[in-house]
Design a protein around this ligand. Sequence first.
Ligand SMILES: [Zn+2]
Length: 342
Amino acid sequence: MLSRASGWPKLLRCAATAAVGAISRFSIRSSRFAEAASLLVLVALAAPAIASVTLDVRAGEGMERVAAGIRAGDPRRFDSVMDLVGLNDAGAPILVLVAPESSPLAKRTPSWISGYAVPEESFIVVFPQRAVRYPIDGMEELMRHEIAHVLVHRAAGGHDVPRWFNEGVATVAGGTWGLTDRSMVTLTLARGGARSFARIDEMFGEGEPAVGRAYALSGAFVNDLLQREGSDSVAGVLSRVRDGAPFEHAFVRVTGMSIYRAEERFWRRRSFWNRWVPLLTSSLVLWGAITLLATWATAARMRRDRARLAAMAEEEERETRNAECETRNEERNGDSRMKNGE
Ligand SMILES: [Zn+2]
């Protein structure tokens, strides 16, 4: 499926805008050029209109400020998520419940869950006080993650997709795939963790540590899929599911390989360097290295200072000795002059 971000309709809209601007600035006389520009404008107008996500935000007790912040956000901030799943029209408004810790919703939801989506009902629940748990890093990321679940559901026409795929897309949609995620994958694999998507789906039902690892592995696979098969691969799979294809068939049509083959290749690519390079460049290891370097630099400087002080002391002692010798010589010379009656 053609992605809006990289597709030609967007380019044509840019070209049309440039052409119209040129006409107004330089008063083009060429009728042929004017015709071409008009054609571009018409093609641009025929490009699919983008209907961004609209939100209906409801605040729980004490959550008015957070809710106001969500309402005040750029209405187009979820357009990139729409691109990812292949939607030009986000559909009906999504109800957002901003729930405080004191709410009944929060009390019956495990404390390590920052939010959840009920896509078929077009609503999401967010717990702002929990929006700093992996893989979530702040309200904006939490919102993008949960909105992505609703959009995946809509892009798939309401058909089921595997949990690992759904969470992987939401994790990638939530924010940039960074060192924390790669380190989490590395540590999970180093511990001999899950090696199949079926196992990852099980991990989502096993409590906090396993869920964190399941998010990391799902996100890693979807990120890998986007890099290898193209930025429109997720949208391609979802559009085929929407057209009625089982997920496994849709996956084969887009990638040219079965889920099992893709799974096997993905794990095989997690070679030594893939496992350890992200860990070696993780912030923890970097800070450790910086601390070691700083300690080494301090010790080296102390050694240099001690050597310089010793040299200065030696120099001072030599100068003192020379001065004493000169004084004694002057005294001796004075005595001999007195004896000679000078
Ligand atoms: Zn999720």
